[in-house]
Write a protein that binds this ligand. Structure first.
Ligand SMILES: Nc1nc2c(ncn2[C@@H]2O[C@H](COP(=O)(O)OP(=O)(O)OP(=O)(O)O)[C@@H](O)[C@H]2O)c(=O)[nH]1
Ligand SMILES: [Mg+2]
Length: 460
């Protein structure tokens, strides 16, 4: 049988394996008929929409395979906008599989990844940005990441993009009205007024793009690189914060070579901790490579946690490392407080970050002293990388498209302001509108759609 977008589809929508219940979803024109054919209890084609019914699913010889609750939902007020039936089965691997098999026998086709959500998109219930938010909700690993994705699903970003499109279209209409004029006949004041519309739209794109990095940080968790000289206790501190032996610790300097990462859950958010190799001139090839990677990790991280050994003081080497970090995004942990601290209060005040409101913290990875304060400071500083706006671009695809939009728009605006040809500006603006449309899904090519929906699981 050839696949068609009009097929009625079915899939197990819950995770495979043990669980209290499992759900088999059916969606499409034939959903009610198919569900009714495999169900014994009431006639599912006759029941009102959005009602739940107890009964059994039976196999092809009429033998029950599971007792279920059937939820009947008629188009268009459903997840997919189509007729849908969901069977709530007993958990465990067998019942849901048998129920799915019954649905396939009754004429449904196994759904592809993300096909239910694809139908919600094709049915016009959500745009592409919202469909992607659904995938983000499923993939989110932090509460803030989840909030962000929910905001996007509720249409925060879609609203921003709509406003942008309205401005673009107004600008485009203006520019197209110029096409019939001879260039010299157009008043400079008219040109300037039009260019201002273009500039406003440009600023809107700029604001959206500014928030992109933040969006990524929240979705992935803010990243914190643990950096410092060899042997100051970076890996020990990582393990102590995570409360597990994640990174290897030895008394030998140069222990950590490859960056080791893990999520640290703080109140309401997760940060991605990255333990790195101690910074110094590496003795052997592998260590040198490790140090290079550590520098790259610090540069790529949202925050740096600089670890110094308080029992040895703040050395020239520490200072050299601190010099390579940005003060605003650096927090200092003065480790090994159990061995005593040779740094005086005023010396602590001169450490990086201190003047930016991140006071250095005395801690001991060994005894756990000061770790609570360090966690709090990390949460506070990470929250500084925290977005307040819900409409945010969380997605590389969006960033690419917005950049293309910005470039085409800027070209058009310059042409209009400087008396260039209106035809060319109109072409630029057509490109800008096209780029914007690819974010929300109006002009997204088939293969891109396919890639997007492949991110989903079967049954979503
Ligand atoms: N007394 C004391 N010893 C510590 C503390 N933290 C770490 N150490 C010891 O310091 C040594 C080095 O610890 P690591 O965690 O491997 O240090 P590192 O900074 O990751 O070292 P490299 O990976 O080699 O750069 C080990 O012997 C640890 O047991 C602490 O708070 N107090
Ligand atoms: Mg280490």
């Amino acid at each position: 049988m050839r696949e068609s977008p009009n097929d009625t589809i079915a899939a197990i929508s819950t995770v495979a394996g043990a669980g209290a219940i499992a759900i088999v979803r059916i969606s499409g024109d034939q959903a009610l008929g198919i569900a009714d054919a495999m169900f014994e209890g009431v006639s599912l084609v006759d029941v009102p929409t959005h009602t739940v019914h107890y009964g059994s699913v039976v196999d092809d010889r009429g033998r029950p395979v599971d007792e279920v609750l059937a939820t009947v939902m008629r188009a268009p007020g459903t997840y997919t906008t189509e007729d849908m039936v969901e069977f709530g089965c007993h958990g465990g691997p067998m019942p849901a599989r048998e129920v799915l098999a019954a649905a396939l026998r009754a004429g449904a086709r196994q759904a592809r990844r993300g096909e239910f959500t694809l139908r919600a998109f094709l049915g016009g219930r959500i745009d592409l940005v919202q469909a992607e938010a659904v995938a983000d909700i499923v993939a989110s690993r932090t509460r803030r990441g989840l909030e962000l994705a929910l905001g996007q699903l509720e249409g925060g970003l879609s609203g921003e993009l709509d406003a942008l499109r309205t401005e673009l279209l107004a600008f485009r209409a203006d520019v197209e009205s110029l096409v019939d004029f001879v260039d010299d006949d157009i008043e400079p004041a008219t040109r300037q007024a039009m260019a201002a519309t273009g500039a406003r739209a440009g600023e809107r794109i700029e604001r959206l793009l500014d928030r992109c990095d933040l969006g990524a940080a929240v979705r992935e968790g803010v990243s914190v690189a643990i950096v410092g000289r060899p042997n100051v206790g970076k890996s020990s501190l990582m393990n102590a914060l995570l409360e597990k032996d994640r990174a290897i610790v030895t008394a030998q300097p140069g222990t950590t070579r490859d960056a080791v990462e893990d999520f640290l859950h703080l109140t309401g958010m997760a940060v991605r901790l990255v333990d790195t190799a101690g910074w110094r001139v590496g003795r052997d090839e592998a260590e040198r490579a490790g140090v290079e990677r550590a520098k790259a990790a610090a540069a790529g991280a949202d925050l740096a946690l600089l670890v110094v050994d308080g029992s040895e003081g703040y050395t020239d080497e520490d200072r050299a490392i601190a010099g390579a970090l940005s003060g605003e995004r650096t927090l200092v942990a003065v480790n090994k407080s159990d061995l005593g601290c040779v740094l005086r209060e005023e010396q602590l005040g001169q450490l990086p970050g201190a003047s930016q409101g991140h006071a250095p913290l005395r801690v001991s990875a060994l005894t756990g002293d000061g770790l609570g304060d360090l966690r709090e400071a990390l949460a506070r500083t990470a929250a500084g990388c925290d977005p307040s706006e819900s409409a945010m671009v969380t997605n590389v695809r969006h960033i690419d498209a917005l950049r293309r939009c910005r470039e085409s728009l800027a070209r058009a605006t310059t042409r209009v302001a400087e008396g260039g040809e209106a035809e060319l500006a109109a072409v630029d603006l057509a490109e800008a509108t096209e780029a914007l449309g690819s974010v929300t899904g109006e002009t997204t090519p088939e293969d891109v759609l396919e890639r997007i929906f492949r991110r989903f699981c079967v049954g979503k």
